[in-house]
Design a protein around this ligand. Structure first.
Ligand code: ATP
Ligand code: MG
Length: 347
């Protein structure tokens, strides 16, 4: 499989500082020794509760924040492996054409004082892609058509548009430089449910047209169900399970994944249950990660060992299937999701 990105043992720690004395009172391990890769043209979803480090990973990849440690490699269009952490200014500028980000809130991410022409045309100007203003206008019109907006809108301002339309504008801007990897950080969670599916479909359609890969960040498994090829489930700065989406939905091996599945709404009305399960207990503070398996205080299967020994990610698949990575001491003794066996049929 052709890789586009490899992340190895990525760490991002923040110092927690108090008051005027700026005394360091703790270390937030926002991302802690985390490894994964993304293949060309695929969608890898990163799923987990608030504060588990999803956005921090995206920001490390685009070098908006400096990782504390680790290695990140990007494979450019010529297939050449680039070490993302040792790029000089010019190389970083070039890589930023290939890796773009879409944010959660299209109301905040678009400059209200710029017309669509300027919003979408700005990256084309910065990177000197278009040679004349006529060419720039043509390209912006083409991008607006790609996201199913009328090119006649190009002289309007973002306030004239709805949330869904603004997210289309943000997508057009992200795609202006024909990236090969787009990091979409909760791209639909600020939108009305009725609009979410349209944006998700658009993202899929554009992926098929332009062959890009997505790192798709979401809180909730239901959103990434139709969108992703593989899913990485995160818990307090670490990946606890990573596999093909059908494996995650039908044969989850980590108790936290099971909990997320039971807590996410089932789109099939015949299998809908009146009460959604809640993920019990509070999300731990990443500056004060529980010992052993960080999920143990909330896990209904936890045993003594889970309090003291940190489980590592291991591949539990048989050789015929795709890798299925799980970090749980007791994955092979648990029979997860037997309570609702038909709840998540093949997506
Ligand atoms: N600049 C910063 N300084 C200190 N701590 C930070 C900083 N940025 C993020 N954090 C902390 O790092 C942890 C991970 O944050 P991050 O925003 O990556 O989580 P997330 O999974 O994207 O959450 P959400 O789903 O709410 O967007 C959180 O505990 C957050 O408070
Ligand atoms: Mg976030």
């Amino acid at each position: 499989m052709d890789r586009i990105l490899e992340v190895e043992n990525l760490k991002k720690y923040y110092q927690r500082i108090k008051g005027f004395s700026r005394k360091v009172i703790g270390t937030v391990k926002a991302v802690d020794s985390l490894s994964f890769s993304i293949n060309k043209k695929e969608t890898l979803a990163l799923v987990g509760e608030s504060g588990c480090g999803k956005t921090t990973i995206g920001r490390c990849i685009v070098r908006a924040v400096e990782p504390t440690d680790g290695k990140m490699s990007f494979f450019d269009s010529a297939g050449e492996k680039k070490d993302l952490l040792s790029l000089d200014f010019e190389q970083l500028k070039l890589i930023r054409r290939d890796i773009r980000m879409i944010f959660q809130d299209p109301f905040a991410s678009l400059n209200p004082r710029m017309t669509l022409m300027n919003i979408i045309g700005e990256p084309l100007k910065i990177h000197r892609i278009t040679k004349s203003s006529a060419e720039l206008k043509d390209r912006v019109a083409e991008l607006l058509k790609m996201v199913h907006l009328d090119p006649d809108y190009m002289n309007r301002y973002p306030h004239a548009f709805s949330g869904g339309q603004r997210q289309r504008i943000a997508i057009a801007r992200a795609l202006a430089l024909e990236p090969s990897l787009v990091i979409a950080d909760e791209p639909v969670s600020a939108l009305d449910v009725s609009v979410q599916a349209q944006i998700l479909n658009l993202m899929k359609e554009l992926q098929e047209k332009t062959n890009l890969a997505y790192l798709f960040i979401a809180h909730n498994l239901a959103v990434v169900r139709y969108q992703s090829d593989r899913i990485a489930v995160m818990y307090v700065g670490k990946i606890v399970e990573l596999s093909d989406k059908n494996q995650i939905f039908n044969r989850p091996q980590h108790p936290y994944t099971e909990t997320l599945l039971l807590a996410s709404p089932n789109p099939n009305p015949h299998e809908r249950h009146d009460k959604l399960h809640q993920v019990k207990g509070d999300i731990p503070d990443p500056a004060n990660r529980p010992t052993g398996c960080a999920f143990h205080p909330r896990c209904s299967y936890a045993q003594e060992k889970c309090k003291h020994e940190t489980p590592h990610l291991i591949d539990v698949s048989d050789e015929k299937t795709e890798p299925h990575l799980v970090a749980c001491h007791y994955w092979d003794e648990l029979n997860l999701l037997t309570k609702l066996p038909t709840r998540h049929p093949e997506a």
